[in-house]
Design a protein around this ligand. Sequence first.
Ligand code: CAA
Length: 258
Amino acid sequence: MPEFNNILVDRAGAVATIALNRPKALNALNIELMTELVDCLEALDQDDGVRAIVLTGSERAFAAGADIKEMADANAMEMLARDQFARWDRIRKIKKPIIAAVSGFALGGGCELMMHCDIIIASETARIGQPEILIGVMPGAGGTQRLTRAVGKGLAMEMILTGRQITADEALHAGLVQKVVPVEFYLEEAQRLAKDISEKPPVAVRLAKEAVLKAFDTTIEMGLEYERKNFYLLFASEDMREGMKAFIEKRKPEWKGK
Ligand code: CAA
């Protein structure tokens, strides 16, 4: 793994934890940080020893958004040439499950990054919002689409048009986050969940994640077709043989990842 300036990477068994680490800027997502994050995610995705990834920030901020100071003087043609959101598309292609562990501010690009993850664990202190409207822009890394699908039109519209931050409990109630725990436990809880998933058969985890994500960009008909093909494909895996055999023999399965 190369050296990074803006993220910390930690490994515990098959779970890797990436912590965004630009504390002075509340983890604002500048180009250098995003480049490191995406390179790191891709490297972990290629590493057979890693089966689940936790993405976190600090207690004070998951991330306070795209780096406003880096964008403030840019014109439209420069933004087009930077094509900064192309990097975000690469996060969407990560095959291993990513669990977000969110505390403090998850705003703008921070909220959008959180929504790129597969499951979100929040601390009671989390404050989530799309405040771009307050600085004269709008979400650009998927917020209008992902937030709307997660919480429905009304709340997404309200958050995006007013910039209001919602609490962790409101996010839980709206279905945006999956669990809220006291601040002392949010990271531990996300890592516990990641460990649980890391102990499941990896090929089935990969194909199931792919199939769930398909629900976002296809018709029900094509999504069902996709699910069925992935289901059949798993009958070519050694882990499927082992899983069913172990069930019948009343013992714990031993996964090979094949
Ligand atoms: N970009 C750059 N720097 C940021 C930042 C950001 N998004 N958010 C915070 N910072 C910096 C502040 O400038 C400040 O730096 P200095 O000490 O050098 O002045 C430092 O982080 C601490 O921030 P505050 O002093 O403002 O801390 P606070 O506790 O008073 O307020 C906050 C916290 C409410 C999160 C406030 O910092 C804030 O509103 N930040 C901006 C949030 C925002 O607008 N995000 C959306 C960005 S646009 C975007 O994300 C587009 C997209 O769709 C990808």
